[in-house]
Design a protein around this ligand. Sequence first.
Ligand code: FE2
Length: 494
Amino acid sequence: MMYSVSPKIQSATTPLYLAPQQESSRELYFAMLEERGGITGQIDELARSTSRSFLREQLSVAAEIDADFPPEMRSLPEVLRNAHDQTAQAYRHYLDGRHAGSPRRYFSCRSHAMYFLRAVAPTKLVDGSWLYGLLQYWQDSRLAPLIHTYLEELGCGNPLQNHVLLYKQLLARYGCDNWQDGPDEHFTQGAVQLALAHHAHEFLPELIGFNLGYEQLPLHLLITAYELNELDIDPYYFALHVTIDNASSGHARKALQSVLDGMPRIGNARDYHRRVGNGYRLNLVGMGTPQAIASFDLEQELLRVFADKALIGAKLHSDYCLIAGRSVSDWLSSPGEIADLLRTLQSAGWIRRGESPERSRFWRLLTDEQAPMFGVFDGYEQQLIRDWILDDAGTKPTARTTNRFHRRQTAGHVEEAAAVPQSGIKIEQIIAHHADEAPRRSSCSDVDILFQQLAGVDTKAKAFAVLAGMLSPANHPTPPGLAATRLYADLFSR
Ligand SMILES: [Fe+2]
């Protein structure tokens, strides 16, 4: 069966592409982030073989998707340019509609947007990971632009620019960091990206094609950034990707160049084209942004959250408080009755839907200082309850024409770069400089151990052999990983 869909124009009704009998994406995802080798960045043998067969399964799913990858490689630049123009036009159309008073297209309310942030967290928290395996090819100039892309995903070791850390901070800021127990389909894309990271040698054309698809500017990225901002959620992470992936000089340009540069001169060009195209389509397996947004149902999500809390809270309430003659513990011991409990709370006047949440006694029990349930619900869950109480009053878009979130200051990054010694200096001196500059926590000696392992290293090749593992998806967002990335980026640019 062939599906027809373009990565740029996929809609909320786009079907979910999943392999029929795949491994658990979630288990595999976490297994690939649990590196046994520490500094080596290696995953264990079982995770290695499982991820290999998982990747093969996903590629066979991808092969059935009819994306906009052209049959002739020479028409690829034009096809991508046209797709980019279509995206720009579609966004213009969206903005015109919004300015004329149309409602938000994606997020019905603030908790809907926060639900989305959690749903795509497994993918965003391994951002750029598919490029990790290319570090072994640092001497191949054709792949150097993609290694640069990877280093930029890692913020070149600057925590303020590391995409994974930026997303972590975003989740924490809005109380959305409880994403680990989401359904399996939330983890498929992240698992694909991690599998590519650890099988770059075997799946190099697919990896290059995947990168090309990933770095194209999708309409959903533009709309997501716009609507997050409207809902008072910092859109910086998404806005950053609009600029960094740009087609004229950004990651998208590098991605296209790497596809063209990788064309075999003597080998089988048709096979290369097929495999690159297959990797391009691999972007569409699992749950993407449109499906993640469309899967939100406020009522169902609310019931899920209350059922989760009931498992923990059933035995923690006293018997003094009765609702419709039954103790809270009694209500919570039957998770199937949560909907009845919420209806009873409304008819008893504890919840007044359609009014300001502050007028509901139940809301005040959650949020007032020293309230008995203060801290039980995280930021996302509170927003969900708030939006549900507000009912349709909470779904009206708020007009906002200016971005209230300021761009991050990059001064720290510039200062760091300026402090790096100029080229012409010996490798040992560059390493010593980074060892002096790396920030340490007194409780963490990993950074010291990293530089001890670099003692006596006097060539780029030896330095990269030590450093590469610390740039792995699991290691790079840590203090020694950031220190290793700064040194790696410094040496790579010389
Ligand atoms: Fe990124």
